[in-house]
Design a protein around this ligand. Structure first.
Ligand code: PLP
Length: 391
């Protein structure tokens, strides 16, 4: 079988689309003016930012003045959560147990500062309960932050319903939509969202640039102090090329999102079915429904996820054994544990995340390589030999 290069870690980051790069390049060379300057090359930069803001606003169905450009998903999450907490000074925050660390570590920091936090459970499909959410709301609840879609298992939360509950109780609702943006249609009006984080490098844009949408009137406390950029909400000379790239990548990703999503979902399902069928002792993590089009997360029993990743890499396949941030640590993923997996099973988990650049041949190749690699790893493993039903 001929070796190929298959990039199946698009939840970690994506390749910058060539069209996006082309749009960005002039802002490093010709249009390098500072947008705060009054001469014409500065004004060119200011106009580029204004246009990018308008494009992003159209993609999310909000007003351009509700868009703040940031350095990415982590900053946007921090800005939203610290921003509301520090404005209010004290109170109770509701989040889920499967958030990205950009949210989880932020609310944990607030816990140390005296805020109360409720972590909503998820069911075996990785979805929160609206009933538990409603029951968790207190007099002093100041923020609900629940991710749009999970980066490890791809579960998509009932965002619109969460937003409706938040609105009924007059509590601001933030959602980390870093995995959803550019892959699903998002409408902040229809979905009752007050704040939303996204990051360009997860949908064909550059790294180190993202967006926080903040509904007018919500006003999280300013986080980065300095100049008056972003209408005084986020100081620092703008990353113009990054901002232009973010807008271009987002609008391109959404151009044919329905068609792309259908095609990618079909490849995803073929990959899931193929693995479950060809490799014994495997299970899908997360449900079949309400799942991101590109997400496959499988537990392969009786092997270590890390060994599997290394063997796949030798065969040209880039995959992940969970969230990139936890790779290198021995703790199993908090997301998989929240689903009820044992430590052993969580350790043998594999995440393959595909997108519109993935081909049917890539899927065929993964389905050819994986069974061979898993067989080889299991043949070396004493736990495989001693598995309970090995008679
Ligand atoms: C990648 C990711 C982030 C962090 O975004 P950066 O732009 O890398 O800081 C936050 N939340 C989720 C769900 C992510 O997948």
């Amino acid at each position: 079988m001929e070796k190929r290069f298959v990039y199946a870690d698009n939840a970690a980051t994506t390749r910058v689309r060539p069209e996006v790069l082309a749009k960005m390049l002039p802002y490093f060379t010709e249009h390098y003016g500072n947008p705060s300057s009054l001469y014409s090359i500065g004004r060119d930069s200011a106009v580029a930012i204004m246009q990018a803001r308008k494009t992003v606003a159209e993609c999310l169905n909000c007003d351009p003045n509700e868009i703040i450009f940031t350095s990415g998903g982590s900053e946007s999450d921090n800005m939203a959560i610290f921003g509301i907490a520090r404005k209010r000074g004290r109170g109770h925050i509701i989040t889920s147990s499967i958030e990205h660390h950009a949210v989880l570590h932020t609310v944990q920091e607030l816990e140390k500062e005296g805020f109360d936090v409720t972590y909503l459970d998820v069911d075996s499909n990785g979805i929160i309960s609206l009933e538990q959410l409603e029951n968790s709301i207190r007099e002093d609840t100041i923020l609900i932050t629940v991710m749009y879609a999970n980066n490890e298992i791809g579960s998509i939360q009932p965002v619109k319903e969460i937003g409706a509950i938040a609105r009924r109780h007059k509590i601001p609702f933030h959602t980390d939509a870093v995995q959803a943006a550019g892959h699903l249609k998002i409408d902040v009006q229809q979905e009752n969202i007050d704040m939303l984080s996204l990051s360009a490098h997860k949908f064909g844009g550059p790294k180190g640039t993202g967006v926080l949408y903040v509904r007018r009137g919500v006003n999280p406390k300013n986080f980065i102090l300095g100049g008056g950029q972003e209408r005084g909400k986020r100081a620092g000379t703008e990353n113009i090329a990054g901002i232009v790239g973010t807008a271009c990548a987002l609008s391109m990703a959404l151009e044919n999102v329905d068609i792309v999503s259908e095609r990618v979902s079909a490849m995803r399902d073929r990959l899931i079915d193929g693995i479950l069928e060809k490799i014994p002792y495997t299970r899908l993590n997360g449900g079949r429904e309400h799942r991101l089009p590109g997400n496959v997360n499988i537990s392969v029993e009786y092997i270590e996820g890390e060994s599997l990743i290394l063997m796949l890499d030798l065969n040209g396949i880039c995959a992940s054994s969970g969230s990139a941030c936890t790779t290198g640590s021995l703790d199993p993923s908090h997301v998989l544990l929240a689903l009820g997996l044992t430590h052993e099973v969580a350790h043998g988990s594999l995440r393959l995340t595909i997108n519109d650049e993935t081909t049917d041949e890539d899927i065929d190749y993964i389905l050819q390589v994986m069974p061979v690699v898993v067989d080889r790893l299991r043949a070396m493993s004493p736990v495989w030999e001693n598995r309970p039903d090995n008679k």
